[in-house]
Write a protein that binds this ligand. Sequence first.
Ligand code: DAH
Length: 349
Amino acid sequence: MKEQIESIRREIEQWLGQAGADPALKREGLFAYKMEHLGKTGKISALSKGMRDVAPEERPEVGKLLSDLRRWAEENFDSLEQELKKRELEKKYSSERLDVTMPARFAGTGSIHPVTLVKNELIDIFSGMGFDVFEGPEIERDYYNFQALNIPADHPARDMQDTFFVTKEFLLRSQTSSGQIRVMENRKPPIKVLSPGRVYRSDSDATHSPMFHQMEGLVVDKNVTLNDLKGMLDEFARRMFSSETKTRLRPSYFPFTEPSVEVDLSCSACGGKGCRICKGTGWIEVLGAGMVNRRVLENCGIDPDEYTGFAFGIGLERIAMIKYGIGDIRLLFEGDVRFLKQFGNGGRV
Ligand code: DAH
């Protein structure tokens, strides 16, 4: 019995010396070995069972040897387990170590879309002249988009703005001019308001998109004249393009204005001499405008004998294309980062 105890001790000692020094040893390995000895059916437990065969006078001595062996084994296994835990943690820490002094990988930032740049700039220019901003709904009633703007059902002017109908009564607005009606229904003059937003038309080619953006302007007050409109547009042209830019009004037709005008700007690419961009004319058409039709004022409960007004509608993509020399409107909606990052802050911080 004494020899058996001694040989188990040596065996464990040897194992601790070898396996304990092996860096590949895992806690599971240690546990399995420990169970081989201290488990219920383990070697040391088997020796305990053999105690009943030991002669009574030797029992105290052998019993002590056996319990010493058990305690000694437990202590050694425990301390090796602590050691293994420490090794595992060290390994984990060193593999997860962060070098906080390393330069960061730059994730890139977005840039402001050219249409948003133009919108913000327009709001900036016109709010400096006392305008505030009203945004109407994109799904609009036929009444606001057409009828109240003096375009009754079946009027031929509807053809120019064929759009997407949600129901017979509701449509995707084809113009921000609907905002004029919503503002005039709720406010009394003096009115000076901008109404920017998305509009929709059944139209698609290099210069037309089924969804695009407009900015409506509306001024209603006593004694407002076409001259005031011209003065305001001159200021807009100079601020948006250059101090040299001139405006030109040509007669046109819109059901909601009388008289109506088409507004051209002198070509900023060639200074008005004529080039590819202005198709040799020296002028570029940028917006529609006019004096608000008496009938439109009446539709909103404003007395046309007391008040007059002017309105204008600017296509934001068109301004962006002229300002930044963009040839195809579709580039603005494809979301190609190589194109978009050329504008605004260009993706830099
Ligand atoms: N809504 C017109 C369009 O989309 C543009 C326009 C013309 C707006 C004349 C106006 C205006 O306010 O007075 O073609």
